[in-house]
Design a protein around this ligand. Structure first.
Ligand SMILES: *Cc1c(COP(=O)(O)O)cnc(C)c1O
Length: 363
């Protein structure tokens, strides 16, 4: 349909349909489709006015884009450790890192599982900081506050970023969205999105010509991507049902043997939901993980590890302040992800479970 209408550049009908769909799903003020979650995070860094020397606190156990988006604006990134019981950031470890230069906290909902947003909201409000959600993996996942009210991830901080990269639950090859949860950013976000011009206001007939009014970039995707994504959004519940069924099959099949081990199954903390983005195990040592991956590989099962702590990366290690981030390093060494995609059959999942059970029974 996008091709047939002859309009395949950005901000057309499918872009608007996706944005409306996302706004309804997350109950937020405004969303803008972007060419990636990385771009949405870069927009967030511009919108909150990051300047050289500003400090931004974020987890070390995350994807490089979380950090790059802010470093591109000159921010000093301060990494925080993961939780002992979950790879997400340790909400309790943030406050001691806040200085008078701190401008924002960026939380990452690892595996689509919510950080404790109640703690993060109180903390950032108390210190007058921006709260940005890297919700790349968190489509259709929610946080329930202690008072029982529930919000979509990505819609709680000032700004939130989704990814629609092909490795995520719904995708369009490369794509993302920025959720603008605070009215005061909406007008400027549209300008930054359209290369620093007021073209979006022009299309709405609000100005009689458009021009260069601010900094910006080409953050909007083509209608081909938007059309692909819209079809994915229409199938969201179907996709989510199948992913959840696979996730639940894994947990049921692995729970008995894991009760006897120090290695761990994923935990969904209080207040969080599980959007079945990822199924991972936390082995009790790096050697155990290496052996498990090799064992699975010998049976043609592709299991992979995940992030390597950013504070210890070749690019950042000289910039890090020497604090030990024990849990981030532990997940870097011990976490392994199992296959989870729509083409997996129940028989595939059962075979993977049997292979893991055999590994632990014989070791
Ligand atoms: C996938 C991912 C990103 C990057 O998303 P892109 O759409 O590829 O830019 C950023 N942060 C996290 C936590 C991710 O999982």
């Amino acid at each position: 349909e996008a091709v047939a209408t002859g309009k395949i550049s950005g901000n057309g009908m499918f872009t608007k349909k996706c944005q409306q769909h996302l706004q309804k799903l997350t109950r937020t003020t405004k969303s803008l489709l972007t060419t990636s979650c990385t771009d949405a995070l870069e927009m967030a860094a511009i919108l909150i006015g990051i300047e050289p020397g500003d400090e931004v606190i974020m987890p070390s156990f995350t994807f490089v884009s979380t950090a790059n988006a802010f470093m591109l604006r000159g921010a000093k990134v301060v990494f925080v450790d993961s939780r002992p019981d979950h790879p997400g950031m340790d909400e309790q470890a943030i406050e001691p890192l806040i200085t008078e230069r701190t401008k924002a906290v960026v939380c990452v909902h690892y595996a689509g599982v919510a950080c404790d947003m109640n703690i993060l909201k109180e903390l950032t409000d108390k210190h007058g900081l921006f709260l940005i959600e890297d919700a790349a993996q968190a489509i259709d996942s929610y946080y329930t506050r202690p008072d029982g009210s529930k919000s979509a991830l990505g819609s709680i901080g000032h700004l939130g970023a989704f990814s629609f990269h092909e490795t995520k639950n719904i995708q369009c090859g490369e794509g993302g969205a920025l959720l603008i949860n605070d009215e005061r950013f909406v007008a400027r976000a549209e300008i930054i999105w359209e290369k620093g011009t007021n073209r979006t206001a022009f299309w709405r007939g609000e100005v009689d010509k458009y021009g260069w009014v601010d900094i910006g970039s080409s953050f909007l995707p083509s209608e081909l991507s938007a059309a692909f994504l819209f079809a994915q959004l229409e199938s969201l519940s179907e996709i989510q049902n199948r992913r959840s069924a696979i996730w639940n099959r894994y947990i049921a099949g692995l729970q008995p043997i894991f009760q006897t081990l120090t290695s761990r199954l994923p935990k969904i903390p209080t207040g969080a939901t599980n959007n079945a983005h990822m199924f991972y195990l936390v082995c009790s040592s790096e050697q155990e993980r290496t052996d498990l991956i090799a064992h699975l590989k010998s049976e043609n099962i592709h299991a992979v590890f995940h992030y390597q702590s950013l504070h210890a990366s070749p690019y950042f290690k000289e910039k890090h302040d020497n604090r030990e981030l024990h849990w981030s390093d532990t997940y870097s060494k011990c976490l392994v992800r199992l296959p989870l995609h729509l083409h997996l059959t129940d028989e595939d999942v059962d075979r993977i479970i049997a292979s893991i059970n055999a590994f632990y029974t014989n070791n």
